[in-house]
Write a protein that binds this ligand. Structure first.
Ligand code: NAP
Length: 243
């Protein structure tokens, strides 16, 4: 039977590119969305024109019940979950002293708690299957920090810590857990950047370009096929951050 993958935040940006790529590779994909229902439906329709059939599911993954309902829906319909891509996330650009408790809690819930609860809801099934691949989308900001993005950077470093610890815990159950830490990508998340800022980023990047969702999707594809990589943070960033 074909592999079954859930991609959180799958209707736009990096998540959408992952959904398209995996679906075209013959994986049954459930694209999660929260607010972008029209985009999720449009994505499903576009793929149908290629005779590719994905499923879409609305859930705010920062809420335990909604994440749980999504996982239960997938198990009921497909009987298993082979791959979980924790991609959903929000940006937060604020001077450190301007971050309120509410701002902090919000970015923690959407970026970090969502990974905790969605993964927790999935792993009981993966442990029973003795097979699974979990990929968390973190960020270069989790590696080297982003100015005016302290809370965001903390969530992404938190995701990488979770990846490493969980890889140790779940390795004996044949579940691989890895992070992909993108550099600067051409998505809505960066729509606020001016042309001058885009050019500056390109100049700072050894490969002299901005990343596209497909660059991340190709790494996801590789991690799904691989069977000896776990607990790693793979940064796809054009050389912007080299550790
Ligand atoms: P994007 O274009 O802004 O898309 C964000 C996605 O997250 C949307 O699909 C959105 O879904 C989803 N999302 C947000 N809150 C959600 C929630 N509570 N429940 C379910 N889905 C939710 O951003 P992107 O650039 O593709 O970013 C994807 C991931 O890559 C994020 O984790 C981001 O931090 C990370 N990243 C991005 C960059 C970059 O330069 N863009 C760099 C490093 C890391 P709805 O629209 O349906 O609500």
């Amino acid at each position: 039977m074909e592999k079954v993958a859930i991609v959180t935040g799958g209707s736009r940006g990096i998540g959408r590119a992952i959904v398209e790529d995996l679906a075209r590779k013959g994986i049954k994909v459930i694209a999660n969305y929260n607010q972008s229902e029209e985009k999720a439906k449009g994505l499903r329709e576009n793929l149908e024109k290629e005779n590719i059939f994905i499923d879409i599911f609305k859930a705010d993954v920062s809420k335990r019940k909604e994440a749980k309902d999504m996982i239960e829906y997938v198990i009921k319909k497909y009987g298993k979950i082979d791959i979980l891509i924790n991609n959903a996330g929000i940006n937060q650009e604020k001077m450190f002293q301007d971050i309120t408790d509410e701002d902090w809690d919000n970015v923690m819930k959407v970026n970090l708690y969502s990974v905790f609860c969605t993964t927790q809801e999935v792993i009981s099934y993966m442990i029973k299957q003795k097979n699974g691949c979990i990929i968390n989308i973190s960020s270069i900001y989790g590696i080297n920090g982003g100015s005016c993005a302290v809370a965001y950077s903390a969530t992404k470093a938190g995701i990488d810590g979770m990846t490493k610890a969980l890889a140790k815990e779940l390795g004996p159950s044949n579940i691989r857990v890895n992070s992909i830490a993108p550099g600067c990508m051409n998505t809505d998340m960066n729509a606020y950047l001016t042309e001058e800022e885009w050019n500056e980023i390109k100049e700072e990047t050894p490969l002299e370009k901005i990343g596209e969702g497909i660059d991340i999707a190709k790494c996801v594809e590789w991690l799904i096929e691989d069977n000896f990589t776990t607990g790693q943070v793979i940064s796809i960033n054009g050389g912007l951050v080299i550790t």
